[in-house]
Design a protein around this ligand. Structure first.
Ligand SMILES: N[C@@H](CCC(=O)N[C@@H](CS)C(=O)NCC(=O)O)C(=O)O
Length: 225
């Protein structure tokens, strides 16, 4: 059976986890907190070269990077598919997923340590976040109207990217800008509410909540946070 290494409080871990759940693939979860290196589990680097979470253990070896893991899952277990059938549709789903990761998730990620530790972010980082997120959120409607799913008429990898990452951006914005930077994205509120009702998204949220004490204890041990 394939094994997913990582921890449920991580949005990156939850990307392949949600794909596996939605596809109904049996898998085992192996709890492993990140921050690998001399201070913490150097052996984890055999699974993920930068010590990042997630890593997927397959019969052929380990794969790191959530995007490559999704690629493996989709090819190794093609049905039910989390991609449309046409070449154009597949590319549009990948485009939207990448757009969300690069221009939303990575922009917000720089302030997640502040969110966790209750500290204020560097003012330049905050300013950059504000400028970049404004630009990205007005462009987002060109890629999705969020009417039913993020793209097309079926649940795809773009929905996984949207529902696991956009709420984090909203939390960071609400906390440090005092407003939701995605409030003007048409259809997004209703879309998120619909996605949160899905059985496997609920499982992801419940597991993330349950993992919080363990994750916080890990951060305390490693960084004294
Ligand atoms: N590009 C990686 C990013 C994974 C990532 O940043 N994971 C975080 C946890 S949410 C992590 O392991 N951070 C620890 C570190 O960067 O050392 C992927 O897509 O899997």
């Amino acid at each position: 059976m394939i094994k997913l290494h990582g921890f449920s409080a991580s949005n990156y871990y939850n990307v392949p986890k949600l794909a596996l759940l939605e596809k109904g693939i049996e898998f085992e979860e192996v709890l492993s907190y990140s921050g690998a290196g001399p201070k913490y589990k150097p052996e984890y680097l055999d699974k993920s070269p930068l010590g990042k979470v997630p890593a997927l253990e397959t019969p052929d070896g380990f794969i790191s990077e959530s995007r490559s893991i999704l690629e493996y899952i989709e090819r190794a277990y093609p049905t039910p598919s989390l991609l449309p059938t046409s070449a154009f549709g597949i590319a549009k789903v990948q485009e939207l997923s990448q757009f969300i990761e690069l221009y939303f998730e990575l922009a917000a990620r720089r302030m997640i340590p502040n969110l966790i530790s209750g500290t204020e972010p560097d003012s330049n980082v905050l300013k950059e976040f504000e400028t970049n997120i404004k630009k990205a959120s007005s462009a987002l409607s060109n890629l999705s109207n969020f009417k039913q799913f993020a793209y097309g008429d079926q649940f795809t990898l773009a929905d996984i990217a949207a529902i696991l990452n956009l709420p984090v951006v909203r939390s960071v914005g609400n906390r440090f800008l005092g407003e939701d930077p995605l409030s003007q994205v048409a259809g997004l509120d209703e879309y998120c509410a619909r996605m949160e009702e899905r059985e496997h998204v609920k499982r992801i949220r419940g597991d993330a909540q349950a993992d919080q004490p363990g994750f916080m204890a890990h951060l305390k041990e490693l960084y004294g946070l």
